[in-house]
Structure formats: structure tokens, C-alpha cells
Design a protein. Structure first.
Ligand code: MN
Length: 362
């Protein structure tokens, strides 16, 4: 197959920096969406893709090996540099070989395939909400608007080792593969993405239009897309594999396939602990308002949060105020300071309402 590609990345309309990175190094293509403050996200996504690019050029290991190596590189940098500690990144890559596309994936960026009018996601999101969907706790529609839809359960750079999903796709003439960061599909529906991909035959123009659509819808996140078209070039469809490859591929694919079940059962849910620990919310504990670190969800009964501070405010009192009636389910905070601010606001509002009631009574 001959591959023709287009690529576009944009900061979006809200963020102050672009923490997404992409790699277009035929026959290898990838997107990475970095996370972490102080430019950490930018460092993480760039370092991950540079590592994969270097290893791919020297032909070292499989694509999954290269992604695991990228994980180590980001992890070590994060450990060694306080300025970027806690950084991480998603990575979704496609390497074309003959009539096959080899995919490697970690995180919540996505790969899609458009083939003869059908559009389907090739990757599995490594997110808390996706796990809850698979456990039957929420629907796909609920996941899209869930307050914790951004919590990633697997990322590069947060642990010394990472499990990489792999998938091989046999390509057909006319196939169009899309790699994208969540800044696209968080803003634009899959139907809209498909419609754009179907109406613009030029991969570069299609890429530009996808980014434009995400920005028009609000552009709340960085947006990165790579569009790759496979054209039959009349050559030998699949080159003979090198000895030893099929075994490792099959094993890797098998690991990827049962990953969802194993991850939950073995408690590897904590592979993403770094990310879960970055979340804060205000809820109730022992009848009092409390600040929690983690997320309120309990997929499959696994607790993903703990009380960081129990206050003297009575939950029953605070819940009477319209603003805080959802206290029991948890009120989201961006960080610990924001959680403290919410508690301080509760204290003020409670005082004001008492004062108000007192004044009415008088
Ligand atoms: Mn993003």
C-alpha cells in the first residue's frame, strides 16, 4: 500500500500552550497528548515521540517495544526533574507495512478506521469512564458528559513499566486511518468526524477541516489529527515477516485483548494512580464536609479516593444550600487549593444563610 498523509495540530481556543505532539515519519505516524503542569505535558509528549522515532529509525524492537521504551524515557525524566515531576502522555501510533497497519496505543487518544462508509474506533480508551461503561455502571452517553471523563487510567511516564495495547489491521484500497487527540472527539461527534473524512478526499484538507470543526465547537483542548490514506500500489500485499515476530505479536495482541479484564482483576487499575491522585473533590465523610483526593467513582467496587481532610462543617447543613445539594456525590475541584476554596465558600455561604434566616426571624 502507498500511504498519503495529512496532519494538523492546534492549541485550541482555551488552553495557553499546546501539549499535543505528532510524529509523521513514514511509514510511522503518531499522536501524543501530554499532561502535567509547568510545560510538563509538552515535554512528555515530545520526548515520547522522539524516543519512538529514534528507535524506529534504527529498527530497534517492535512498535510496542518502542512505546515501552518511550514510557521509560518519560518516566525517568519525570523522576529526575522536579520541574516536570508527575508529567505523562498518551501515545497512539500506526506503522504501515505492506498491506498492514500496526497500531500501538496507551491513553485516551484514538485511532479510527474509515472503510467503505463505515467508521469505527480501533483503540480502547484507557479512561475511568470507559472502564465504568464496560462494567455496565454507566452508558456511553453518560460517559461523554461524566465529570471525570478526563481521568486517564493508563499513560506513558507515570510508572516504570506500561502495558501497551497493540492491534494489526489488514488494509484495503481506499482505507482512511485517523489518529487524533481527545481535543477532537470531545468537541466533534463521530458522525461529524466521519462526514468530514468522507467529503474531503485530500488528507491534508480533511485534517485542517477537522481541527477547524473542533475549534468552531469551542476548542476547549489542544487538537491534533493525522489522516492517512491507503492506496493500492499493486505491490506484494504483505512482505514476509521476519522470524520470531509472529510469536511476540500474537502474545502482545493477546495481552492487549484481555487487558481490560486483567487490569481490573489484578488491581493494575493503580497503574494510573498518578492521575487519579491528581483529582480532588469535596464530599461528605462521617456526616461532615470533607476534602477527598481521588475520584468519587468506585468502578467494580474499587475505591479510588481517600479523605485528605475532614472539616467541622456538618454535611446535612451544607446540603440544605442549593449550591451544594450534590455534596454527597462529590463536588469537583481542580486541585487541593480549589478544594480548600470550595470549603471556605461553604463556610461563608452557611454563615450568610444563618444570618439571613436570623434576620427573617427577627
Ligand atoms: Mn487532550
Amino acid at each position: 500500500m502507498k500511504i498519503e498523509a495529512g496532519v494538523a495540530t492546534d492549541i485550541g481556543r482555551v488552553r495557553e500552550g499546546n501539549e499535543d505532539s505528532y510524529l509523521v515519519e513514514p511509514p510511522l505516524y503518531a499522536v501524543a497528548d501530554g499532561m502535567g503542569g509547568h510545560r510538563g505535558g509538552e515535554v512528555a509528549s515530545q520526548l515520547a515521540l522522539e524516543t519512538v522515532e529514534e528507535l524506529a529509525r534504527s529498527g530497534t524492537g517492535s512498535l510496542a517495544d518502542q512505546v515501552r521504551e518511550a514510557n521509560r524515557a518519560v518516566f525517568e525524566r519525570a523522576q529526575g526533574d522536579p520541574a516536570v515531576s508527575g508529567m505523562g502522555t498518551t501515545l497512539t501510533a500506526a506503522r504501515f507495512e505492506g498491506a498492514a497497519a500496526h497500531l500501538a496505543h496507551v491513553g485516551d487518544s484514538r485511532a479510527y478506521l474509515l472503510r467503505a462508509g463505515s467508521f469505527r474506533q480501533l483503540t480502547e480508551d484507557h479512561t475511568l469512564v470507559n472502564r465504568m461503561v464496560q462494567a455496565g455502571e454507566i452508558t456511553r452517553e453518560e460517559a461523554e458528559v461524566h465529570p471525570h471523563r478526563n481521568v486517564v487510567t493508563r499513560a506513558l511516564g507515570t510508572e516504570a513499566d506500561v502495558q501497551v495495547d497493540v492491534e494489526d489491521v489488514s488494509l484495503m484500497d481506499g482505507d482512511r486511518v485517523l489518529l487524533c487527540s481527545d481535543g477532537l472527539f470531545a468537541m466533534v461527534t463521530e458522525e461529524q468526524i466521519q462526514a468530514i473524512l468522507e467529503t474531503d478526499p485530500d488528507p491534508q484538507k480533511a485534517s485542517d477541516r477537522l481541527v477547524k470543526a473542533a475549534n468552531r465547537a469551542g476548542g476547549i483542548d489542544n487538537i491534533t489529527v493525522v489522516v492517512m490514506d491507503a492506496h493500492d500500489d499493486g505491490e506484494e500485499p504483505t512482505p514476509p515477516r521476519r522470524a520470531g515476530e509472529p510469536g511476540s505479536r500474537v502474545l502482545a495482541r493477546w495481552l492487549g485483548g484481555v487487558a481490560v479484564a486483567l487490569v481490573v482483576l489484578t488491581g493494575a487499575v493503580f497503574a494510573g494512580r498518578g492521575w487519579v491522585d491528581d483529582q480532588w473533590y469535596v464530599g461528605a465523610a462521617n456526616g461532615h464536609v470533607a476534602i477527598y483526593q481521588g475520584v468519587p467513582a468506585q468502578p467494580l467496587g474499587i475505591h479510588l479516593s481517600h479523605v485528605a481532610l475532614q472539616t467541622d462543617l456538618l454535611a446535612s447543613e451544607v446540603e440544605k444550600l442549593e449550591l451544594y445539594r450534590n455534596l454527597e456525590t462529590g463536588i469537583n475541584a481542580d486541585d487541593r487549593a480549589a478544594a480548600d476554596d470550595i470549603v471556605a465558600a461553604m463556610r461563608r455561604d452557611l454563615k450568610a444563610s444563618r444570618h439571613h434566616r436570623g434576620a427573617n426571624a427577627a
